[in-house]
Ligand binder design. Structure first.
Ligand code: ZN
Length: 537
């Protein structure tokens, strides 16, 4: 942890400082484009998007899970590599929201709601929606939308900060406030012209095909949603995605026709996407587009049930469990698994994750054993088994799995995190030191509170109480408890055994955090540690 606080805080706070500085006069806002001709620079756009995501993390609106984070970014970058702008900055994340929606924010930040992932029926469908959003970014639609209505720019800046006045709304929960903000961001997307939407479809379908997905999936998905809608409860039930992306029969048949042309072309000219990012090199080995994937491997009769080998299917169930009520989902799986059609590897995995989340580790082990027998190399299944062992109190068995996985992929965050937790349970000073050194390299680029919390526990056991206290403060901040974080830092500063560097580091963190707290208080934004937005701390 060379940085006193994750980059997150520094940026958020520096922008908050802009507000505070201008508090007496009109609120001063970051410049969205200085002259009529100048669009915001890519760097500025990236800062805006980054701020939005950081605020969402801090307000617990994102699904923070190392495995899912890796999955959605692998998928996203496989598409980016096949897009017009393979070298641009992108970051993908999952929003903890059951609404069916996805959105693109400045700087290549693309959020996909848990609700959307849950209703997709294939990875190509999910990829289709993401490819469409990537299209909005590569075609500069967001800049154009900014430019089109500059008068709304201040509002947008507030939205991106997640700092929309909660006071006037009468103390809404922070989540509601920011979701409202996101809604505003989406209205911005409504303002994408019809031409923009068609263009995003067009380049999205091209990207889909280039990266080996089924180019018809986008049309399938929108078509299926429209069918659902016809039998649904009417306008009120209109999914958010359709409000911003109205589906017309024209659009569906356009997309289909375009996909068919591409399919014909691809038959003659198979093209591999260029992969240029280490993290997805391995896991996203390009597969040429084939109409029927089962022709690639001889699978036999068991094929449809073998979804345990399909990372997408496993991750979709993981999203379902982590974004929902694990207890209810455990009964959902238990009941439905009695039906033959439902009894797939992915659903068994989902059941196991729900069991682990509800502390039924031994039952989870029973579910996972047969899956692992048929897929002994699956990292996802092995990690689940290790989780189940941990929950069942068998940390030695879990440790054996982590040790082996870590030897193969030392940079895998999900593996390092699990391994560190298992080491911490061992209780010895040496194992705590080992856990801390496993996690230290992961801290710089992380905004996952769990990593900081685990690191804090490890350094505490290893006897480094100052590092530990700083990490606990980080974890509090990243879990949406900035007031707690401040309290912890102030307490830490009172210690009389700090050396000069430790003292200055902590003072710097307090200075970073102060403007943000002032801003939250002024706007009465509710946080977990300040539910009515009225803390006087
Ligand atoms: Zn769109």
């Amino acid at each position: 942890m060379r940085q006193p606080f994750p980059r997150l805080l520094l940026l958020a706070a520096s922008t908050a400082a802009t507000f505070v500085a201008g508090a007496q006069e009109a609120v001063r806002l970051p410049d969205l484009g200085s002259s009529a001709n100048a669009l915001i620079s890519p760097r500025e756009a990236e800062d805006y998007g980054a701020q939005m995501l950081r605020q969402m993390h801090a307000l617990d609106l994102t699904l923070d899970d190392a495995l899912l984070d890796q999955y959605i970014n692998d998928l996203g970058f496989r598409l980016v590599a096949a897009s017009d702008r393979p070298k641009d900055h992108f970051q993908f994340f999952i929003v903890r929201d059951t609404q069916i929606n996805a959105f693109a924010a400045p700087g290549g930040y693309i959020g996909v709601n848990a609700g959307l992932i849950n209703i997709t029926q294939s990875e190509s469908e999910l990829a289709g929606v993401i490819a469409h959003e990537i299209g909005h970014i590569t075609q500069n639609h967001l800049y154009r939308a900014f430019e089109a209505s500059k008068k709304d720019a201040p509002l947008l800046a507030l939205v991106l900060l997640g700092a929309i006045a909660a006071g006037s709304a009468g103390g809404d929960a922070a989540a509601g406030v920011l979701m409202g903000g996101q809604g505003l961001l989406l209205q911005r997307q409504i303002n994408f012209t019809r031409k923009d939407e068609i263009e995003a479809d067009r380049v999205g379908i091209q990207t889909l095909a280039n990266s080996g997905f089924d180019p018809e999936a986008m049309a399938d998905f929108f078509g299926r949603m429209q069918d659902t809608l016809r039998v649904g409860e009417g306008e009120d039930a209109l999914p958010a995605l359709l409000q911003t992306h109205p589906v017309t029969l024209d659009r569906i048949s356009d997309a289909r026709a375009r996909a068919r042309v591409l399919e014909d072309r691809l038959k003659d000219r198979p093209k591999l996407p260029t992969l240029d990012k280490a993290s997805w090199e391995k896991s996203t080995a390009p597969v040429l587009f084939v109409k029927d994937p089962t022709t690639l491997v001889s699978t036999g009769n068991a094929a449809p049930k073998d979804s345990a080998g399909d990372t997408y299917a496993l991750m979709r169930e993981r999203v379902r469990v982590l974004s929902g009520d694990a207890g209810k989902l455990a009964s959902y799986y238990a009941t439905n698994l009695k039906h033959k059609d439902f009894d797939t590897g992915a659903n068994r995995y989902g059941y196991a994750v729900a069991l682990i989340r509800t502390n039924h580790g031994s039952q989870a082990i029973e579910q996972l054993q047969p899956l692992l027998t048929s897929r002994p190399d699956s990292v996802v299944l092995r990690l689940a088994m290790a989780d189940a062992y941990m929950d069942a109190g068998r940390s030695g068995d879990a440790m054996a799995i982590y040790k082996a996985l870590h030897a193969n992929s030392p940079r895998n965050v999900a593996v390092a995190l699990g391994y560190a937790k298992a080491l911490a349970v061992q209780g010895s000073r040496e194992s705590a030191q080992q856990a801390a050194s496993l996690l230290r390299p992961m801290l710089d680029n992380s905004d996952d509170p769990e990593i900081f919390r685990t690191y804090a526990q490890a350094t505490e056991r290893a006897g480094d109480s100052i590092r530990s206290a700083e990490a606990y403060a980080n974890s509090a901040y990243l879990s949406g408890r900035p007031f707690d974080a401040m309290e912890q830092l102030r307490r830490l500063l009172k210690r009389d055994d700090l050396d000069f560097y430790q003292r200055s580091r902590i003072q710097a963190q307090i200075a970073d955090l102060t403007p943000l707290l002032l801003e939250l208080r002024k706007r009465r934004v509710a946080t977990d540690d300040n539910p009515d937005g009225r803390s006087q701390q």
